[in-house]
Ligand binder design. Structure first.
Ligand code: KG4
Ligand code: ZN
Length: 320
């Protein structure tokens, strides 16, 4: 079954075709209009999706060498409602015109299952650390559709902490990739940022962001490279502490990383050093893409799931 997947929940307009043979095409257009505002402007995102969606889908079909797929999947949530609606409506229109099945996909499930697109892929059960701009959650994935939340942020997402800290240093948006690059030249022990763990299971990143603000505005401000390296080390320490703890508690020793922050060099390096079987999708499959939506949709479709063309967007949809 060849599945067309469409993703428009934030600032990437993406489409991909995935089959049993793997990813046949994967086209991503990253919106640049948001950079000057220092964050995603929802209304501009929706408009830019409308402008690009046709060309992006056309390119994904052409690259896959097909006229039409066997089914269409699209992100139905969570995300910016106006942005989600663009891809979702487009996908439902295509499914109706082609008379093929449609399935709405949870964006986070898309991230969580993205390691299944790689070779080797993790077998179930596995721990899935989804770290993005809007979410930071550690799942226990027992099977497709059978997920348990083991840890979650109680305030900011890790990616949000990267973006906000980068903004404090006037490094531009999105901040994650810039902080990652600068950190490579810095000393991770230069600034003793806290490793806040709010309770037995969860994360909290807003205090860390405040510590960055206090340091950056203080008299003894270190170089950007040292601040970035120190901040990044603190985030990675917090993330992996919970992963290790969850693995010890559940006995599950397979770990898949996903979401934009999973593109982070230090997180990837340190995760690979854990005494676990670690699955690291390539960076392009960590940040938002259509292949993860086509894949999650395909997994649902082969289990018989279908959604009506009257199914709506679900901006606050949780996976578990
Ligand atoms: O998954 P994603 O593309 O979109 C959401 O669903 O949110 O994640 C975007 C987030 C942004 O906060 C961005 O700064 C962060 O991922 N990010 C990174 C890196 N690349 C992207 N954070 C740290 N290091 C990176 N290399
Ligand atoms: Zn995402």
């Amino acid at each position: 079954m060849k599945v067309l997947g469409i993703e428009t929940s934030c600032d990437e307009t993406a489409a991909s075709v995935v089959s049993a043979a793997g990813v046949l095409s994967d086209v991503v257009h990253s919106q640049e209009v948001h950079a000057e505002y220092g964050g995603v402007v929802p209304e501009l995102a929706s408009r830019a999706h409308v402008e690009k969606i046709g060309a992006v889908v056309r390119a994904a079909l052409d690259k896959a060498g097909i006229e039409r797929p066997d089914a269409v999947a699209a992100t139905a949530g969570p995300g910016l409602i106006g942005a989600v609606l663009v891809g979702l409506s487009f996908a439902k229109g295509l499914a109706a015109a082609w008379d093929v099945p449609f399935v709405g996909v949870n964006h986070l499930e898309g991230h969580l299952l993205s390691a299944l697109l790689e070779d080797p892929a993790p077998a179930f059960p596995f721990l899935g650390l989804v770290v993005s701009g809007g979410h930071t959650t550690l799942y226990l994935a027992r099977d497709v559709g059978d997920y348990e939340v083991l840890a979650e942020t109680i305030d900011d997402a890790a990616g949000e902490a990267f973006d906000k800290s980068a903004r404090l240093m006037r490094l531009g948006y999105p901040g994650g990739p810039v902080v990652d690059r600068l950190a490579a030249e810095g000393d991770p022990t230069a600034v003793p940022f806290p490793r806040p763990l709010p309770n037995e299971h969860d994360w909290s990143f807003s205090g860390l962001k405040t510590a960055v603000r206090t340091h950056v505005k203080g008299a003894n401000r270190d170089t950007d490279a040292n601040v970035c390296a120190s901040f990044q080390a603190a985030v990675v320490d917090c993330l992996l502490a919970r992963v290790q703890q969850a693995s010890d508690r559940t006995g599950v020793r397979r770990l898949a990383l996903a979401g934009g922050v999973a593109a982070n060099s230090e997180l990837r390096r340190r995760a690979a050093e854990l005494d676990l079987e670690v699955f690291l999708p390539p960076r392009s499959r960590c940040t938002d893409n259509g292949a993860m939506i086509a894949n999650a949709g395909r997994q649902r479709l082969i289990r018989g799931e279908r959604h009506g063309l009257d199914s709506g967007a679900r901006p606050g949809w949780r996976v578990a």
